[in-house]
Design a protein around this ligand. Structure first.
Ligand SMILES: CC(C)(COP(=O)(O)OP(=O)(O)OC[C@H]1O[C@@H](n2cnc3c(N)ncnc32)[C@H](O)[C@@H]1OP(=O)(O)O)[C@@H](O)C(=O)NCCC(=O)NCCS
Length: 474
């Protein structure tokens, strides 16, 4: 039987409307002494609200730095003007998730093996739990969450019809974002809002929608994959004994690739959150701040992810690496690689997979994926993976000499798509969809925090050049 240790105060202020609690527990079998994700989130609500109230009362008038004209015309770089709980990005040490670096997360978070599945990597379910609650889940909690996601994973028939009506030639990301927006047909948040739910309870149906959406994203993606590329079964077969990624990999027809399954677990877990200012996370937060439901908010995030300077970059890296290989052969010399880098730069193009708006060191996500490659003989031998590793040594000195980019080191995209390609997943246009499955486990938890904390609609001040000049002239 269930035994929970939720403080009474938490239960009072975060009490679930009956229908959401029922939906949450009906969807999962509880293990003895195991909290559901909903219970674990409910537990943190009072403390988080108190923390924000204290910050408000003590520091509302404290300055976080000045706003310069360069911030305004420079894409708001460096401006500290968003609250984001799940992760913080340091220019030198990279991302931490509730204070845990990627290597620490890999050590602490339950893996596939921990829930009895073949594989060694972190489960995205574990990362989702961490991002939502700030706590490391137990193996049982992760297993239970995995089962809950499996139970929620099927698409309604009308969504299948919508996806099937898209032309094959429509970019998979456009299909993905349209299908995600359409899922709001069944939004519990939208329904509760129209019923007049109290503001303090907004987080609850937001959490329900978020978990439903995360559970359904693999099915949406695999249906698109089947329609566009003719691979997989398109039927969203879900086995509740398998984890989210294992099921997804089967759905897209790569279920027999144990290496790809484990790679995708790691890939999805570490791409989930990269603090709030990146385009997909920020767009989700911005649209969500208008109290649009999680489906509409995340659909906006996906549209941002589809841009070549953001989520499309991994596809571009692979295209660029294959062009390089096509031009100079499978085993290029260092000089040939350096010449190709210069040729790219001199033609006015960026070297894809290098540089970052915030990071000033090699991206720890790139390092984690590279380490994964080192552990797998099939990847160590692969010529594209070898090229990725050589580029990570050869490109930084060239980019430094070129002198433009503030960060000459590889970002995560320098490796991510190339490894997929090595595993035979060579449908480039699908790569950003995989990123889109991942980013949900970071952007949607923040939406839950936004509503738990009662954050307002986002509304920064804009200025025309005329108005700007008047201000600086005074
Ligand atoms: C990620 C990225 C968009 C960050 O942009 P940013 O914050 O404006 O980066 P910087 O401040 O370092 O840019 C300064 C200059 O260096 C250039 N630069 C940055 N990265 C570069 C790269 N990889 N190759 C060549 N030039 C680059 C920029 O285009 C800019 O040139 P400009 O002054 O002529 O406009 C940029 O580094 C880039 O385009 N990288 C390649 C695409 C990529 O890998 N994206 C995935 C990011 S996770």
């Amino acid at each position: 039987m269930l035994s929970l240790t939720i403080p009474r105060a938490a239960l009072r202020s975060a009490a679930a409307p009956r229908q959401f609690a029922a939906a949450a527990s009906a969807a999962s079998v509880r293990f003895a002494s195991t909290k559901t994700l909903r219970d674990a989130v409910a537990e943190i609500v009072p403390a988080k609200r108190e923390e924000l109230a204290e910050i408000k009362s003590k520091y509302s008038e404290s300055s976080l730095g000045e706003v310069k004209v360069s911030n305004l015309i420079g894409g708001m770089r460096g401006l500290k003007c968003m609250l984001w709980e799940g992760s913080v990005l340091d220019a030198d040490s990279g991302i931490t998730f509730h204070g845990r670096s990627i290597p620490q997360s890999q050590q602490e978070l339950p893996t596939a093996a921990d829930i009895g599945r073949p594989g060694k990597e972190i489960l995205p379910e574990s990362m989702l739990w961490l991002l939502l609650t700030g706590k490391v889940p137990t193996k049982e909690e992760v297993k239970q969450l995995s089962e809950d996601l499996a139970a929620r994973g099927k698409l309604p028939g009308h969504i299948e019809k919508i996806i099937d009506s898209f032309p094959k030639t429509l970019h998979p990301m456009t299909q993905f974002s349209a299908a995600v927006a359409s899922l709001n047909h069944d939004s519990k948040f939208a329904e509760a809002y129209s019923r007049g739910i109290k503001k303090t309870e907004y987080w609850e149906p937001t959490l329900e929608d978020s978990i439903d959406l995360i559970a359904k994203l693999p099915a949406v993606a695999s249906r698109i994959f089947f329609n566009v590329f003719g691979k997989g079964d398109g039927n969203q077969t879900i086995d509740s004994s398998k984890d989210l990624i294992e099921n997804f990999t089967h759905q897209i027809g790569y279920g027999d690739s144990e290496g790809l399954i484990d790679y995708l677990r790691l890939y999805i877990a570490i791409h989930g959150d990269h603090e709030g200012g990146n385009v997909s996370a920020h767009a989700t937060h911005l649209v969500g701040s208008a109290l649009s439901d999680p489906y509409l908010a995340y659909s906006a995030g996906l549209n941002g992810l589809a841009g070549p300077l953001h989520g499309l970059a991994n596809q571009e890296v692979l295209g660029w690496a294959l062009e390089l290989r096509g031009e100079v052969g499978e085993r290029p010399t260092d000089q040939e690689i350096q010449d190709y880098l210069w040729k790219t730069l001199k033609s006015g193009r960026v070297v894809p997979g290098y540089g970052h708006a915030v990071l000033r060191q090699p991206d720890p996500r790139f390092t984690a994926l590279s380490k994964f490659c080192e552990t797998r003989p099939e990847l160590r031998e692969d010529s594209i993976v070898q090229l990725v590793q050589r580029l990570s040594q050869l490109a930084p000195p060239v980019l430094k000499e070129h002198g433009k980019t503030k960060n000459p080191y590889p970002n995560v995209d320098a490796a991510s798509g190339c490894v997929l390609y090595s595993y035979g997943l060579d449908q480039f246009k699908f790569y950003t969809v995989l990123f889109g499955i991942s980013r949900a486990i970071g952007a949607l938890p923040q939406l839950v925090y936004d509503r738990m904390l009662g954050l307002p609609i986002e509304r920064p001040k804009s200025l025309s050049m005329e108005a700007l000049k008047k201000i600086v002239a005074n």
